[in-house]
Design a protein around this ligand. Structure first.
Ligand code: ATP
Ligand code: MG
Length: 386
């Protein structure tokens, strides 16, 4: 409804100030909005481009009131924001996604239970809170299996792959030493053929749009590269998109969602997890789509019409992880990268830490194969031991 649109000049609040928040703020500024960023870390990248910055913890009630006073609508870039804060905020301002959706998605067990209760396919799973529960879950699901903390994991952190009894021992120790109330999920390990992801944007009226299916490759639990379009049949692409749309609709999600999928060996698709925000695997949209995932986040937060999701050319996105970033910030590295036509670099301006996502490069070309070749040559270069 046109009367509910927040017009340019309004202030959009974002909970979390990492690179996703910074990219959201960039899109918002371009479209004429002001941005209030709330992240306790004063060095969080989005603070640098915020109109208003808040660096108190999310539990600070005074800042909560100020933030709600300044922001005309609120979104988030991180799913580990306290759900109760979102629930309170949505009593005062439009909050997209809602606290209720966040509550489901920020807990791996709640999420899998929700999806499977709606007949949406996920890997077999079990709740684990103690050693006997772990043993009976392994009896039921078999090995290999993956044990994950129910909350707060990212980039493969807080996950243990169980292949044999030695691995089981390690997780048993973890359970024995854990704080009371800590929950884990044990999941059947899926021998997938490929990992896919689909961005779905859905507004309050249930109108949605969907981006092309992306194919992802992880290394040591961290996303290494994403290519689009995925090298899958039209049938699998259609099924992936439909399943993702169905999942976001089942959640009654309003906002930008990324549905991560496994394509199993028998061709079937399983939902790995759903992020209630733009996603690393959707960064290509900044360079090869007319409307990026961040612009969609602005649009859906403001009640504007959703944008088109057309892919202008094939792309492969490569993450710069930890020290790898030096290979593009050194003089030689910067020169080499900027001499490559079709390479778009994005640096997040964070302190280097091992395993941390420091930036990404999107390689584009008229043909998928050419983009892939550029990306793979680049990966070889950045992974060369110093
Ligand atoms: P991210 O932050 O990259 O989304 P995450 O820490 O939230 O990751 P997951 O997406 O659950 O966690 O897992 C990270 C990666 O580990 C997956 O993309 C996949 O490669 C692998 N993985 C996770 N669960 C399974 C499983 N059940 N079977 C096989 N591989 C798995
Ligand atoms: Mg994931």
């Amino acid at each position: 409804m046109i009367e509910n649109i927040l017009e340019p000049g309004s202030t959009l609040g974002v909970l979390g100030g990492g690179q996703l928040g910074a990219m959201f703020a960039g899109a918002a500024h371009r479209m004429g909005y002001r941005v209030a960023v709330w992240d306790a870390d004063p060095e969080a990248p989005a603070h640098r481009i915020a109109t208003h910055s808040f660096t108190a913890p999310f539990t600070d009630l005074g800042v909560r009131d100020q933030f709600a006073g300044i922001a005309d609508a609120v979104t988030l870039e991180w799913e580990n924001v306290p759900a109760e804060l979102c629930e309170w905020l949505e009593g005062h301002r439009p909050m997209r996604p809602s606290g209720a959706v966040l509550r489901i998605l920020q807990d791996r067990l709640e999420q899998k239970q929700y999806l499977s209760s709606r007949q949406l396919p996920v890997a077999a799973f079990a709740l684990v809170e103690s050693v006997p529960q772990l043993i009976s879950a392994i009896d039921r699901l078999g090995l290999p299996a993956v044990c994950k903390t129910a909350k707060s994991g990212y980039d493969g952190k807080g996950q243990w792959l169980l292949r044999d009894t030695t691995d089981i021992r390690e997780v048993e120790q973890l359970l024995e030493n854990a704080k009371p109330g800590h929950r884990w999920i044990l999941e059947q390990f899926i021998e997938y053929v490929r990992e896919l992801s689909v961005l779905v944007v859905r507004n309050e009226s249930g109108v949605y749009c969907v981006y092309p299916v992306v194919e992802n490759r992880h290394e040591l639990g961290i996303l290494r590269e994403s290519r689009v379009p995925a090298s899958i049949s039209l049938d699998v692409a259609e099924k992936s998109a439909n399943l993702s749309i169905q999942a976001v609709a089942a959640l009654q999600g309003v906002g930008v969602f990324c549905v991560e999928l496994f394509q199993a060996q028998d061709g079937s698709l399983l939902i790995n997890e759903i992020a209630p925000r733009p996603h690393n695997s959707g960064h290509y949209t900044l360079d090869v789509c007319t409307v990026s995932q961040f612009e969609q986040q602005v649009r859906v937060t403001c009640g504007l019409p959703l944008g088109e999701t057309r892919l202008l050319c094939p792309a492969v996105m490569v993450n710069l992880i930890g020290e790898e970033v030096r290979s593009v910030t050194s003089r030689d590295g910067a020169y080499a990268l900027h001499s490559t036509s079709g390479a778009a670099v994005h640096l997040y301006g964070k302190r280097i830490r091992p395993g941390r996502k420091m930036g990404h490069v999107t390689f584009t070309a008229p043909e998928a194969l050419a983009a892939e070749e550029l990306a793979h040559r680049f990966i070889k270069r950045i992974q060369r031991p110093a």
